[in-house]
Design a protein around this ligand. Structure first.
Ligand code: GLC
Ligand code: CA
Length: 565
């Protein structure tokens, strides 16, 4: 494959609202991003993804945009953003932003117009349907559910029609069949690119087209969670192709689309194969929930994880490129998912080693580099995420007798708020995130887990992340770690995730133990190679016994290999 700058990038995702607050209103802001760019530079990343900072009523923290050409006042101004961009460029950090194509806020001018009458010029911008009348009773146009719970339709009283909204009630879906919508989005994307950003993370990229409006019989629910009705349909590719032809292909940028759950490798390639895709990469969610129950306890399903990465990385080999990430702002913390709190530091480092030496472009999610964990939510009032709140409320409404505490228990594991609690900068009040009252609670563990402590400690998780980035981008192993082939070894072993990276006569073995017991990695598992020397590890004294590597709990070792044939 032709080499591109973004294959050599190490990314970092910033959830602005929770990153750093500079004016004491309890809300992270763009000035905060600006101030922390030196921090990111020191960590070593050379790409940042900023989540939406467009003007927004913040029903979904900015994914509900009311003006694509303005900055949300709580985040700053366009000038602040330009300052961020400018300084990032000086530090050699590229900036990508979210491009939100699927919907706007209901407070966007287009929607305000669109709802006014059946013949408003903006009517076609959104997806409107008349109510369905069955035996004199009124129903939504279809029985499809939204991602955030309840129907994917909402009635608007002005015309009595329903508009489609696959996310929250305040996020009407755009009608991509409309050429006007297409032209608006083309214009908007160009406007941001001309300002000097380096690309887009394309939000909800797979949802731009809908199946014919017919009920789903996938389940008997009142609202059926049949996401195939609005995911990965053929026309999505036509719309993205239009954007690629008219916008993306005219700039030296990267695009990474969110294709979410349920996308197959084949459909991933339809988006992002180098020959006929419209995007450079796609984020899938397959590795986000690889756990299984053993003796009533939820444990990491290591083979399942290997299966998922094998599927995607092998499936894209020679055809496309993959992004690598453990979590984003929609997922629980990876430490709470696959880490072990009894071996906090070792398991956090091991997880980083597992992921970031795989072939692909890494994206660290803020706080991951210090091992931040899920928040111990117990009450409805502690949540801020519209999706979690909706789901808890729907459960309470539909299950008489269910207590709030129980409803919280049902949904807390999936809550997007775990990722959205404030970044833990230091051990001062509010973890150094804000001098005011934070918009969402700070994790009680911030005195132990914070950036300041870890930057000082050469053996910290933070320094381990820094070393990983350095090894990948700046060492003599750079070429093989970026462009080398990826092959999983010892596949069926449930205790380790190990693989070889190989470029011509250079080969690297990455061994990661997911076990809290002592284990061993046998040289016999890597036919055609012999161990050479240890390059990097999460223990100070990792070593090679002649034909095996002894592995202590969560030991993670990177070593060079000699070719024997
Ligand atoms: C994507 C975003 C998520 C948002 C949704 C609607 O899934 O990652 O945070 O709620 O799209 O824009
Ligand atoms: Ca602020």
């Amino acid at each position: 494959m032709k080499r591109k700058w973004w294959m050599e990038s190490f990314g970092y995702q910033i959830y602005i609202k929770s990153f750093y607050d500079t004016n004491g209103d309890g809300i992270g802001d763009l000035e905060g991003v600006y101030e922390k760019l030196d921090y990111l530079h020191e960590l070593g990343v050379n790409l940042i993804w900023l989540v939406p900072f467009y003007k927004s009523p913040m029903d979904d923290n900015g994914y509900d945009v009311s003006d694509f050409y303005e900055v949300a006042s709580e985040y700053g101004t366009l000038e602040t953003f330009k300052k961020v961009l400018d300084k990032a460029n000086k530090l050699n950090i590229k900036v990508i932003i979210d491009l939100i194509l699927n919907h706007t806020s209901d407070e966007h001018y287009w929607f305000q117009e669109s709802r006014k009458s059946l013949d408003n010029p903006y009517r076609e911008y959104y997806i409107w349907q008349p109510p369905r009348i069955i035996e004199g009773k009124e129903y939504e146009p279809t029985n499809w559910s939204s991602f955030f719970g309840g129907s994917c339709w909402k009635k608007d009283e002005i015309t009595g029609y329903y508009f489609m909204k696959i996310f929250s009630d305040k996020m009407p879906d755009l009608n991509w069949e409309s050429e006007k919508v297409q032209q608006e989005m083309i214009k908007m994307a160009k406007w941001w690119l001309d300002m000097g950003i380096s690309g887009f993370r394309i939000d909800a990229a797979s949802h731009l087209s809908r199946a014919p409006f017919e009920d789903s019989n996938m389940t008997n629910d009142r609202y059926v969670p049949d996401f195939s009705k609005y995911s990965n349909l053929p026309m999505v590719h036509e719309y993205l192709k239009l954007l690629d032809d008219q916008v993306f292909s005219k700039y030296d940028i990267m695009t990474v689309g969110e294709v979410g759950g349920g996308a197959s490798v084949e459909s991933g390639l339809r988006y992002a194969s180098k020959d006929y895709g419209q995007l450079d990469m796609v984020f899938n969610f397959d590795h986000n929930w690889c756990t299984k129950k053993v003796n009533g306890e939820e444990v990491t399903d290591v083979v399942r994880l290997k299966y998922v990465f094998r599927k995607w990385i092998y499936g894209f080999k020679g055809k496309g490129w993959n992004p690598l990430y453990w979590l984003n702002h929609d997922h629980p913390r990876v430490m709470s998912m696959y880490g072990d709190m009894d071996y906090f530091e070792k398991s956090a480092k091991m997880l980083a080693n597992t992921l970031y030496f795989i072939k692909g472009t890494p994206f660290i999610y803020q706080g991951e580099e210090i091992g931040m964990t899920n928040y111990p939510f117990t009450k409805l009032e502690e949540f801020r995420d519209v999706s979690t709140i909706n789901h808890i409320k729907f459960s309470l409404e539909n299950n008489p007798g269910l207590t709030e505490e129980e409803a919280v228990k049902w949904h807390v594991g999936n809550s997007r708020d775990h990722a959205r609690i404030p970044m833990q900068w230091n051990s001062s009040r509010n973890a150094g995130f804000t001098e005011g009252t934070p918009w969402i609670n700070v994790h009680p563990n911030y005195k132990e887990i914070n950036v300041e402590n870890q930057m000082k400690d050469p053996n910290s998780i933070w320094n381990h992340y820094k070393n990983i980035i350095n090894l990948k981008l700046n060492s003599k192993y750079r070429e093989v770690l970026i462009y080398g082939d990826f092959e999983i070894v010892d596949y069926n072993n449930p205790h380790n995730f190990s693989y070889i990276r190989r470029l011509k006569d250079k080969a690297i073995l990455v061994v990661n133990s997911f076990s809290n017991q002592n284990r061993r990695f046998m040289q016999s598992k890597i036919k055609g190679y012999e161990f050479d020397e240890i390059i990097f590890s999460n223990y100070e004294d990792s070593h090679i016994s002649p034909k095996s590597i002894p592995l202590r709990p969560y030991e993670a070792v990177v070593l060079s290999l000699k070719l024997t044939k």
